[in-house]
Design a protein around this ligand. Structure first.
Ligand code: 5AD
Length: 452
């Protein structure tokens, strides 16, 4: 049977989609190739949020074509995901060696298309049509066997698409309109994962707090998303629940309050703010003001004082002035984000912001990015150092990615903690004392050895 290698660009949704495709192919008998070289099928799961992400995947494909075609003329090369969806046939026109272009509603068709291509029945396939019910197709997980450590954490996709239409964003056109899975379907998947040893589940959607708004609606004062969290919370053996990403607009009191009464819901919120300037927020079509955002963070921290708050920020949105940028810097200092991902604004085709006047020059974008990066790094480092000497609960996820001789865990508020210890700790929730902090990571000593 053929071997497959999948390389993923972009967000956690993409990681999850790649896993589901890999699981689908493994179920058909494929093996997972450890590296690109020698694989019979190489798929790039792509990201479109910025032009740089698209160029990276295109450059990678050009390199792969050069390397692979010399060695194995029958290898299948494909793009899937967001750029596959937005560019479609154009990708094959530009790179005729590409065999497969698989859109965001077609991941579950990977196997059948690859059969056709590998058997030589078709030359190339571009499949980017909308498909009803595809939101329910991202459900298979890779079960690691053969002595490999079992996964302790898992992503579960609860919905697809986005109806928000922020003026900078291409996602509504790459992922389509919002469609959600049923609570029952999601709980069944989560239960299956817990039976396989998973301790922590992250619920994924473009805007998770829009989950089931139309299809399920409010019941007993609880939004559909809170109803879903409660249903997942009831699964015995599950230790932790996270979700990403919520939208600050429409982040209801019920979701704030959920942190106070659902102990498995860990104290962590990734709340993309995008800008600290009301003028820019309005032009972005975000639907909240800076004050409303700060209030929301205040409420979350009042509900759960240890709340780790992360965000996404775009620098250089069209029309962003020095003053607007200063407001973003000031907001970062005021809120003290635990983590912030910074994005240099990138014009995306067919988005309203791409044709707005006063596009900001690249040099200014670079300078603002560097200034903001230094500020958010400093804030993060300062906040991390405050944990030194404290005892914190971590879930041990596996060997450290940097140094396999050590272990890596995560606090409830989403900080990575490195510690010494053997494999029996993997999958355990344990207390550690924080001894050291770097710019991004904590180091801990097991405070109580849970030897069982
Ligand atoms: N340019 C730069 N960053 C963008 N993002 C989305 N669209 C763009 C764009 N056109 C960022 C936002 C979003 C994150 C996933 O990507 O900050 O939250």
């Amino acid at each position: 049977m053929p071997s497959v290698f999948i390389k993923t660009y972009g967000c956690q949704m993409n990681e999850r989609d790649s896993e589901a495709v890999a699981a689908q192919l493994v179920a058909k008998g494929y093996s997972l190739a450890p590296e690109e070289a020698g694989a019979d099928v190489i798929l790039l799961n792509t990201c479109s949020v910025r032009d740089a992400a698209e160029q990276k995947a295109i450059n990678k494909m050009e390199t792969l074509i050069g390397q692979t075609r010399k060695r194995n003329n029958r290898a299948v090369l494909g793009f899937m995901g967001c750029m596959a969806q937005s560019r479609g046939q154009e990708l094959v026109d530009q790179l005729p060696d590409v065999d497969l272009v698989l859109g965001t509603q077609k991941f579950h068709r990977a196997g059948e298309h690859l059969d056709e291509l590998l058997n030589g029945r078709r030359d190339s396939i571009v499949d980017t049509e909308a498909e009803a019910g595809s939101e329910g197709a991202i459900r298979e997980h890779l079960a690691l066997g053969n002595g490999e450590a079992r996964a302790v954490t898992a992503f579960v996709s609860i919905m697809q698409g986005c109806n928000q239409h922020c003026t900078f964003c291409i996602v509504p056109s790459t992922r389509g309109r919002e469609r959600c899975r049923s609570i029952e379907d999601i709980v069944t998947e989560c239960r299956g994962l817990v039976e396989q040893g998973v301790k922590e589940i992250t619920l994924l959607g473009q805007i998770v707090n829009s989950y089931g708004k139309r299809e399920i609606g409010v019941k007993d004062g609880k939004s559909a998303f809170v109803q879903l969290i409660e249903a997942v919370h009831a699964i015995d053996g599950l230790e932790r629940i996270r979700f990403t990403s919520p939208h600050p607009k429409g982040y209801g009191e019920d979701l704030v309050e959920a942190y106070t009464r659902l102990p498995k819901l860990v104290e962590n919120a990734h709340l993309p703010v995008q800008s600290g300037s009301d003028r820019v927020l309005k032009a972005m079509h975000r639907g909240y003001t800076r004050e409303r955002f700060s209030d929301l963070v205040g409420k979350l921290r009042a509900a759960a004082p240890e709340m780790g708050v992360g965000t996404d920020i775009i620098v250089g949105f069209p029309g962003e002035t020095d003053e607007d940028f200063a407001a973003t810097l000031e907001l970062c200092r005021e809120v003290e984000f635990d983590n912030a991902f910074l994005f240099k604004y990138s014009q995306r085709r067919d988005t309203p912001a791409a044709s707005m006047p006063d596009q900001v020059g690249q040099e200014i974008i670079e300078a603002r990015h560097a200034e903001l990066l230094a500020a958010v790094d400093e804030i993060r480092g300062h906040k991390l150092r405050k944990y030194i000497g404290q005892q914190m609960e971590i879930l041990v996820e596996g060997p450290s990615r940097r140094n396999a001789a050590r272990l890596e865990g995560r606090t409830r508020c989403n900080k990575i903690v490195i510690l010494e210890g053997g494999p029996r700790f993997i999958g355990q929730v344990m207390e550690v004392r924080i001894t050291e902090a770097s710019q991004t990571t904590l180091y801990g000593d097991p405070a109580i050895h849970n030897l069982n």
